[in-house]
Design a binder for this molecule. Structure first.
Ligand code: ADP
Ligand code: TRP
Length: 323
């Protein structure tokens, strides 16, 4: 059955292959299944960490070009910038007058981010409330997100129920669609690939740059001639994402038989990766050279998103007594 889907991504740095395998690939699949998809660039949210105006603009453009290059199709999905729907801030204020402080205090992401060095601003604390507005304003059924966002979806459901109890059944209570968490892509150092750890392979750079990074993937010091354990190898984890079953069986055999150096496996990863990404990179370059097209897509996406969300906002204003 066709569902309404919504998800957002913060423009806070270059997208990497962890984002692709962990999230974007599933967004594309949901689009191709014919769902009504709303995908947006969370620029208000990114202001909790990006304070430089030129950098925020650059990141928004990079994310827009990346998603379009990877296959988000503006004919099929509504693709927009969060700040082009300013009513989300209005809705988030209405929610903030309903939700108890304790609910936000229980959210772990605030403490985690402060521990990582982000400023302990009110915006960072209020973040889940704005996220609830992003979600509920589209009356969506499903929100595809990574495991780390599960708590924010629970808060969103709580808020929707509180609102409906207070003002009548206006908001759709959505479900989280937690993306396959077996596909945690390891970074170059073996920790989860993340832009905060500076251990990524960005999606959009040259084949040469990607190959260089792949060569830096950390491996153990098992000698070439010895058998190796694929389950413990960061390079093999990448092969798993990139190879078909038959190829993977061959690599498994090479690992366990011995006589294979990690360099050989890394070379295969680099080749496969560059093969996968070449067409997307070509498309990205075309978009770099056509900034007006990207602007038009976002402007049109913003228009469609406002058209959709205005209907709900009128109901909300009327039910709350603002009209
Ligand atoms: P980062 O950790 O680089 O800041 P984000 O938190 O912005 O990445 O990630 C956006 C989405 O991409 C996450 O919700 C998650 O689903 C996915 N993702 C990020 N890193 C990985 C990874 N290493 N493996 C799998 N999925 C990932
Ligand atoms: N908080 C999400 C993240 O850091 C981004 C986001 C903002 C989002 N609003 C959203 C995700 C609404 C899903 C739905 O990845």
């Amino acid at each position: 059955m066709t569902k309404t889907i919504l998800s957002g991504v913060q423009p806070s740095g270059k997208l990497h292959i962890g984002n692709y395998f962990g999230a974007i690939r599933q967004f594309l699949a949901l689009q191709e299944q014919g769902n009504h998809c709303y995908y947006f660039i969370a620029d208000y949210h990114a202001m909790t960490s990006v304070k430089e105006p030129a950098l925020l603009r650059e990141y928004v453009r990079e994310v827009a070009m990346s998603y379009l290059a990877l296959g988000i199709d503006p004919e099929k999905s509504v693709f927009y910038r969060q700040s082009d729907v300013p009513a989300v801030t209005e809705l988030s204020w209405i929610f903030s007058c309903l939700i108890p402080m304790g609910l936000l205090e229980r959210c772990t992401s605030y403490k985690d981010k402060v521990a990582q060095g982000l400023t302990a601003s009110h915006g960072l604390f209020y973040y889940p409330c704005l996220q609830a507005a992003d979600i509920l304003i589209t009356s969506c059924d499903l929100v595809p997100v990574g495991q780390d966002q599960k708590q924010h979806i629970e808060v969103t459901r709580d808020i929707a129920e509180k609102f409906n109890n207070q003002y009548g059944e206006i908001l759709t209570v959505p479900d989280a669609y937690i993306l396959d968490n077996t596909a945690v892509v390891p970074g170059l150092d073996g920790r989860k690939m993340s832009k905060s750890y500076d251990n990524t392979i960005p999606l959009f750079e040259t084949a040469k740059q990607s190959s260089k990074r792949v060569m830096r993937i950390v491996t153990d010091s098992t000698p070439v001639e010895d058998p190796k354990d694929p389950a413990k190898c960061n390079v093999f984890a990448m092969l798993k994402l990139l190879c078909n079953e038959a190829e993977l069986a061959q690599w498994q055999e090479k690992y366990t038989r011995g006589g294979m150096g990690y360099g050989e496996a890394k070379k295969a990863v680099a080749e496969k990766l560059n093969e996968l990404l070449a067409p997307y990179r070509e498309k990205y370059e075309q978009l770099v050279n056509d900034p007006a097209y990207v602007d038009d897509v976002l402007a049109e996406g913003g228009r469609k998103a406002r058209e959709k969300t205005n209907v709900l906002m009128e109901k909300v204003r009327s039910a709350t007594g603002l009209r």
